[in-house]
Ligand binder design. Structure first.
Ligand code: MN
Length: 696
């Protein structure tokens, strides 16, 4: 374990201005707070935060991060509080420690890859400061290094699985390859003990007598480059069992077929030397075509830069070689952390925010994809993450509500939503969710999405699903109206109408389903006569004016008109027989018949006013109604039923207003006369479904 003075010295080495006293106080604080607590290894507990702080000094992080690492478990595991830490170490450290503590509380087991991906994003979003995430990753790395001390195999498995699925990819995401590889290696040993043992065993046998082969090859490489006047560092390593195993399983090859088990790294002083070194390597040894990669001129999306090649060493062994500058190397291995550390050295105001760093990275980014990769952390600040009661995690845009959440889980759940509990409490569906909320959706028996939800949902998925469902529901209700009207039409046809006749009629009308026909009838897109003709072609030709059919046609005659003068019923007031009416006549035009109380009459001052009366035999006119119903399933059909019972043909129906729980429809219907119209109004008003009914 690092001693107190060793830790402080390490920090002072790269940051001579660091506050020595504060570092010492933090060291003492964690030792005191953790007191006699022990690790599974039997070591005193405080050895863990001290080691984590040590890992942070390797990344040359600032003193606040080092202090945070020292204190990272005190709030979670001891009596220390955030307030106490703020008093002793200031608000910045308190905020960082609070961040790490929050991350530690999230221990949902990923059930699948999607859940794991979500959890990773969640952790990123929760780490508002990159340093919080770095301390968390170092914490996990140290715990993995000491995992073998934990006695319970299940616990070891759980931690290893979590590391493999969550933390190693997270380290990769922020470019911490060194951490990623070590985490994977340690987790692999736990998760696949047999594969690990086999590969380790084979590696040992392969090494055989010549255990110094890696070093020997590294030396040969260094000599070859030195002869060409290049001064470089060369390190070699055997690949880790995990990366060999990954190759075996990804390429479906046996151990023998994995030939490149040794990898070498050449570190140069500058970019020119990288290319020069590569040239020397390619002329000294045979290289494998297609294996050369230039990630210096074309960096990977995450900013990784290096030259890669594979060489045949002494005609038998394939070795991998990477060539890069020292700075590239540091950035490659430690990603954002390295960037952060470099920035540290020349921050003028002593307070460069992590987001500002990100902005600088973004400015330096070359393409959109790279930019996306770098800004992902920032992007997550606009997202919220919420859990199901079982711990599955869902990512939503900020402002998302319980209804959005329900649709994110599953469309069926969204449609069946009737209520929600957020963090165990009943809350309105329009409640906006916060990061980390646990949301339980309460399902109703039937799918009843509400149009009013469109007023507060923010996700496209929810919006589209609600619109679609409401449309279908409306269509269903209109079709229901149509079906009732259809039953009336059928009895007027001079033939018995069975399923087959209906099928034929649908074909003749160029429709697909009976529902289409019912919808067309209900919506007034097709006339009774057209339906009858489709059912029994030619049948309406026989109908004479005085027969049944006529009842449904208009028979309007008006007394008081000069014979031969045409007239029409005004569109504005829709007079029906029985209304008191007047006619307006402009020279050379048809007489327009208005009701006596029509507001449009005021515009007719320059016309001739004709005092008119309906002929007694007049019947059949278009009545226009405004009907407000309760917006519940079935109410529209119930209203239609009232029209049908009164033998009234609905020719047009449209929703004009929605003010939940009420929906107002404008309906055009053929009525016989005023008495008929009054009767239908009374019937409508008597219906449970109807809140208000008026003639327009
Ligand atoms: Mn810890």
């Amino acid at each position: 374990m690092l001693r107190q003075y060793e830790l402080v010295e390490r920090v002072l080495e790269y940051d001579p201005d660091a506050d020595e006293a504060a570092l010492n106080r933090a060291y003492v604080y964690t030792v005191q707070k953790h007191g006699s607590q022990k690790r599974a290894s039997g070591d005193p507990y405080f050895s863990h935060p001290v080691e984590v702080a040590g890992l942070m000094t390797d990344l040359q992080l600032d003193q606040e991060t080092i202090i945070t690492a020292l204190l990272h478990d005190t709030v979670e595991d001891t009596l220390a509080t955030i307030d106490d830490i703020e008093v002793n170490f200031g608000p910045e450290v308190a905020r960082l420690v609070d961040g790490v503590t929050k991350l530690s509380k999230i221990e949902a087991m990923p059930e699948n890859e999607r859940a794991a991906e979500n959890l990773r994003k969640f952790l990123l979003a929760m780490s508002e400061d990159i340093r919080v995430l770095l301390v968390k990753l170092a914490d996990r790395l140290h715990n993995m290094r000491t995992l073998h001390f934990i006695k319970k195999p299940e616990k070891r498995q759980r931690i290893a699985r979590e590391t493999m699925d969550i933390y190693a990819p997270l380290a990769e995401r922020v470019g911490m390859y060194e951490y990623m590889r070590e985490m994977q290696a340690l987790a692999f040993e736990q998760l696949e003990p047999e594969a690990y043992a086999t590969i380790t065993d084979r590696l040992e046998k392969l090494r055989g007598a010549d255990s110094g082969e890696v070093d020997a090859i590294a030396l040969k490489i260094k000599q070859a480059l030195a002869e060409a006047g290049l001064s470089v560092e060369v390190t070699g390593r055997e690949k880790h069992p995990y990366s060999i195993w990954t190759k075996m399983s990804e390429r479906h090859v046996s151990f023998e077929q994995v030939t490149d088990i040794m990898a070498f790294r050449v570190i140069t002083d500058n970019v020119a030397d990288c290319y020069a070194a590569m040239g020397v390597l390619h002329t000294t040894w045979q290289f494998l075509p297609g294996k050369f990669k230039d990630y210096i001129s074309t960096p990977k999306n995450n900013g990784y830069r290096s030259l890669h090649t594979s060489l045949m060493y002494e005609n038998s062994m394939r070795v991998e070689v990477q060539v890069r500058t020292r700075e590239m190397h540091h950035r490659n291995e430690f990603g954002l952390a390295a960037h952060w550390a470099y920035k540290q050295q020349d921050r003028p105001d002593g307070q460069v925010g992590w987001l500002r760093d990100l902005i600088e990275i973004v400015d330096a980014s070359h393409d959109a994809e790279e930019l996306l990769e770098h800004t992902r952390l920032a992007i997550y600040q606009d997202r919220i993450f919420a859990f199901t009661p079982k711990g599955a995690l869902f990512q939503l845009p900020k402002g998302a509500t319980a209804v959005d959440f329900a649709f994110a889980v599953h469309s069926d759940l969204g449609l069946a939503t009737v209520g929600a509990k957020i963090n165990g409490r009943h809350m309105p569906l329009r409640t906006q969710l916060s990061n980390g909320d646990v949301v339980e959706i309460i399902k109703g028996g039937e799918a009843e999405p509400q149009l009013s939800w469109l007023g507060f949902v923010v996700t496209g998925k929810a919006r589209a699903a609600i619109r679609r469902a409401v449309r279908l529901k409306e269509r269903d209700e209109v079709a229901e109206i149509g079906a009732k009207l259809f039953d009336e039409i059928v009895v007027r046809v001079p033939a018995k109408i069975g399923k087959r006749a209906i099928k034929e009629a649908i074909k003749r009308l160029d429709m697909d389903e009976p529902e289409d026909l019912m919808f067309a009838i209900g919506a007034g897109k097709i006339t009774d006569r057209e339906v009858m003709e489709a059912l029994v072609p030619g049948c309406t030709a026989e109908f004479s004016e005085d027969e049944d059919w006529a009842r449904h046609d208009r028979q309007i005659s008006i007394r008081g008109l000069t014979p031969g003068v045409g007239f029409e019923l005004a569109e504005c007031c829709h007079p029906v027989p029985g209304d008191r009416i007047v006619g307006l006549r402009r020279k050379g035009e048809r007489v327009i018949v208005h009701t006596i109380d029509c507001l449009q009459l005021a515009d007719g001052v320059d016309s001739d006013w004709l005092d008119l009366n309906w002929d007694k035999r007049s019947h059949g006119a278009l009545g226009r109604f405004a009907v407000t119903i309760y917006d519940r399933p079935g109410t529209l059909a119930e209203m239609a039923g009232v029209f049908a019972q009164n033998k009234i043909n609905v020719t047009n129906l449209r929703q004009t207003h929605l003010d939940l729980p009420f929906a107002t429809y404008e309906i055009d219907a053929e009525v016989n006369d005023l008495a008929h119209l009054s009767r239908i109004l009374s019937a409508l008003r008597a219906s449970d479904a109807v809140a208000q009914a008026d003639r327009i």
